[in-house]
Write a protein that binds this ligand. Structure first.
Ligand SMILES: [Zn+2]
Length: 494
């Protein structure tokens, strides 16, 4: 087995270098290992955060433009070994979940109020998955493109009344000795920036961690130590900006590179669970920035290739691939006579070189029609007509009203302006109530099929690990949400 694992990682190295080669999806001895009742030794839980069906589709279309093949996601959908489910991700207080409540449902098996991590409205704390798996002797890892303390990774390991308590979440990771922590969010570990002035990097080192800040350190990290790799002050940069900046590429590893290194280390463990999050798919959705979003989808797909290659080589691995909710649900609209303009418009995404996040740093300086036109032409290839540039600048100064209040955000307005050039429209700047797809491969995958609830995942994972435990659950809060007092207590996100 070790020989085959080594050969996987030799091949994975090639995958990282070429970003195209991938182990063929074939039926193998994995079919026997995935017999009903078989238990996995490893679980990989992948999340493309905020990925609606529209974002998944557009990611595939963009992948065909840039990689000459679609997303591995769809290839996997066609594999006879893959089980497919749709999941109701609603939270305790709303049909529309946020990432904290969504991840808590996976991490504790209970629905909580949006904005909360693994706590019930009456204050009761829920035991998170990674605490239970630690007791059962499983190694545990979190890999993300967001701040490592962000809601989705935190839901597997932390317990706080507010997802915003990033400094508390960072210290809870240390208390729980999570074996691998890779992502962004240095500011929440820095003694100069933390309210309590604790020097968390020093505390992590004292607890036996290798602490890393650059991609090259990750390459060299010893596999027999725990890892804290935080490569950026806040979220890791959008791939769109990372690809255009050699200094960023040197400093910050890609999601695929972090995932490959995490699996290189974890392959030596008898049992491990690893969460891999493409967290900035969600942020691109919030920003109505499709050129950034489709590149995050491809980056997630490259990490998926790494995980799938590992699963094929180490078939005692259960691989779950899903999302937590839709965000702003982009769609390529029919445009032009017989919709003939849609395809060429979407191809304009290839010409975009800056994310909205990056453009926003220069937007205040581009306060004139000519300035805005120059900025968008250089960053996106869009020659904005003067009349539309005027309209957009008026919107930024809130001089003209919008009919749908949820569209009254600068990023959403920029998304609408760019839709003339890219063909893609969005529903708002917020999450949506989409039922989400979930793919499962490997032993235990038979539990994940049909229409299921988000709270079903936790008991399945516990059963597969042989852990007998249930967290308490409470009835759904009445539509209309929590009381004002509850909302205040949990500083509810909307
Ligand atoms: Zn979000």
């Amino acid at each position: 087995m070790l020989t085959s694992r080594r050969s996987f990682f030799r091949r994975a190295g090639l995958v990282a270098a070429s970003a195209v080669s991938v182990p063929a999806i074939v039926r193998s001895e994995q079919s026997a290992a995935a017999a009903p009742g078989a238990r996995p030794r490893h679980i990989i839980h992948m999340v493309a955060d905020g990925m609606s069906s529209g974002m998944l589709t557009l990611g595939d279309l963009f992948s065909r433009l840039t990689r000459q093949h679609g997303l591995r996601w769809f290839e996997l959908t066609n594999s006879p070994d893959t089980r497919i489910a749709f999941v109701n991700m609603r939270s305790l207080n709303s049909l529309v979940t946020d990432s904290a409540a969504a991840s808590s449902s996976w991490g504790s098996g209970s629905r909580v109020v949006n904005g909360v991590l693994n706590r019930l409205p009456d204050g009761r704390k829920l035991r998170p998955l990674y605490a239970l798996f630690a007791e059962a002797g499983w190694q545990r890892g979190l890999v993300t493109t967001t701040e490592i303390t962000h809601a989705t990774p935190a839901g597997f390991a932390a317990c706080t009344s507010s997802r915003e308590s990033a400094e508390v979440i960072a210290s809870q990771y240390l208390e729980r000795k999570v074996d691998i922590l890779l992502g962004g969010g240095q500011k929440f570990f820095d003694p100069a920036k933390r309210k309590d002035k604790r020097n968390l990097p020093a505390e992590f080192r004292a607890a036996g961690y290798t602490v890393m800040e650059r991609a090259s350190e990750l390459d060299a990290a010893a596999n027999d130590r725990r890892w804290l790799g935080i490569f950026y002050p806040s979220h890791l940069p959008f791939m769109l900006d990372w690809q255009a900046d050699a200094r960023l590429r040197k400093r910050v590893p890609s999601l695929a590179a972090m995932t490959r290194r995490a699996l290189t280390k974890l392959q030596h463990a008898d049992h491990f669970i690893l969460q891999v999050e493409g967290g900035r798919v969600d942020h691109a959705g919030h920003a109505n920035d499709i050129a950034a979003g489709v590149r995050e989808m491809v980056a997630f797909d490259e990490a998926l290739e790494i995980c799938l290659g590992f699963q094929r080589q180490v078939p005692e691995t259960l691989l779950i691939i899903t999302t937590d909710h839709g965000t702003a649900n982009p769609g390529l609209n029919g445009t032009g006579a017989a919709y003939g303009q849609s395809s060429p418009l979407f191809a304009h995404t290839l010409k975009v070189t800056r994310s909205f996040e990056s453009l926003a740093t220069d937007l205040p300086k581009a306060g004139t029609v000519a300035g805005l036109q120059a900025l968008l032409l250089s960053g996106t290839g869009y020659q904005v007509p003067a009349a539309k540039a005027e309209l957009f600048l008026a919107r930024l100064q809130k001089k003209s009203p919008v009919l749908y209040d949820s569209m009254n955000l600068p990023a959403v307005q920029l998304g609408q302006l760019m839709a003339n050039h890219l063909g893609v429209g969005f529903t708002s700047g917020a999450h949506t109530a989409d039922f989400v797809p979930l793919l499962a491969v490997g032993p235990g995958s038979e539990k994940f099929r049909g229409f299921i609830q988000n709270t079903d995942v936790f008991p399945h994972y516990l059963a597969l690990a042989g852990i007998d435990f249930r967290n308490p659950q409470v009835p759904l809060l009445a539509e209309g949400g929590p009381t004002a007092e509850e909302a205040e207590r949990f500083r509810l996100l909307v």
